[in-house]
Design a protein around this ligand. Structure first.
Ligand code: 0X9
Ligand code: ZN
Length: 273
């Protein structure tokens, strides 16, 4: 018996004639990346006040996708990454929830349960990835899932698929263009630089991740993994004082992405996707 993962849904107002457009910034899959759920919660608060954006677009946020691992990183091991599933045999616990998705499973991931990037015994073997898969599939089936952003840390990098191969994914020029819009809007606020790169060639090869699954299986046009602050000075131990500025710049970037996807709502002069 598992508890459900909460998802928050900022719902578009009853506007006649508008296309249903949905997006899904998520979520805190890796336990030690504490800035991700903190930013996700701030985004929820901001979205609740930004009706000019949410009038045209539905936004789903899953602020905490790995609750057991997150708790463990507070209580026992600050640098814990995986979930907390007991693995029989070898004495090591946990599956890397960003290696467990059912697309190109196993390329660039470990089958050793003691590894930090253990992919698990099978695709979607974990309740956390099953829940996210089902929620994202339901959103995609219910309309027009245009944007997926997976929140992680750290590095200040916005990456687009693929992560399992350096071959070009569909919509790469569009993903790059909208990614650059995020980066320039985010930089304007506090000067923080987010680089926009292909996941495999600009970061590292890794498969079985949320982003590649969203691109390869759901065929979502705009898919990203966002590595939040910082570039390594504090890393996973980012100070609490950086939560609000990080959330503010991410909102500025995300807002620009959402406007780019809803051209009829964009202010005069705003860039179009
Ligand atoms: O390795 C990961 O899962 C992500 N980086 S992190 O440092 N937060 O662990 C990057 C995943 C990028 N996406 C793919 N490689 N598909
Ligand atoms: Zn991560």
């Amino acid at each position: 018996m598992h508890c459900p993962l909460p998802a928050l849904h900022a719902r578009r107002g009853p506007e006649p004639g508008g296309l249903q457009r949905v997006s899904l910034p998520a979520k805190g899959l890796h336990a030690r990346e504490w800035i991700s759920p903190a930013v996700a919660l701030q985004l929820v608060a901001t979205l609740a006040q930004q009706c000019s954006v949410t009038r045209a677009i539905d936004v789903y946020v899953v602020p905490m996708a790995n609750p057991d691992g997150y708790l463990y990183s507070w209580a026992s091991n600050r640098l814990w990454r995986k979930n907390r599933r007991p693995i029989s045999g070898g004495g090591c616990d946990g599956v890397d929830l960003n290696r467990n998705w059912g697309y190109k499973f196993g390329v660039g991931a470990s089958s050793n349960p003691c590894s930090e990037v253990y992919k698990g015994p099978a695709t979607f073997s974990e309740p956390e990835t099953q829940a996210l898969r089902d929620a994202m599939t339901a959103v995609a089936d219910g309309g027009n899932l245009e944007l997926v952003v997976a929140l992680h840390s750290y590095g200040q990098v916005l990456m687009y698929p693929w992560g399992w191969t350096a071959e070009e994914a569909p919509d790469t020029p569009a993903m790059r263009r909208v990614g650059e819009m995020f980066a320039s809007a985010a930089q304007k606020l506090h000067g923080t630089v987010y680089s926009v790169v292909n996941s495999a060639s600009g970061f590292y090869y890794a498969s079985g991740a949320t982003d590649d699954w969203a691109k390869g299986v759901l065929n979502t046009k705009y898919v990203y993994t966002l590595e939040l602050r910082d570039e390594g000075a504090y890393g996973f131990y980012l100070q609490a004082s950086q939560i609000l500025p990080t959330a503010e710049e991410v909102w500025q970037g995300l807002r620009m992405m959402l406007l780019a996807l809803t051209p009829e709502k964009a202010p005069a002069g705003a860039p179009q996707a």
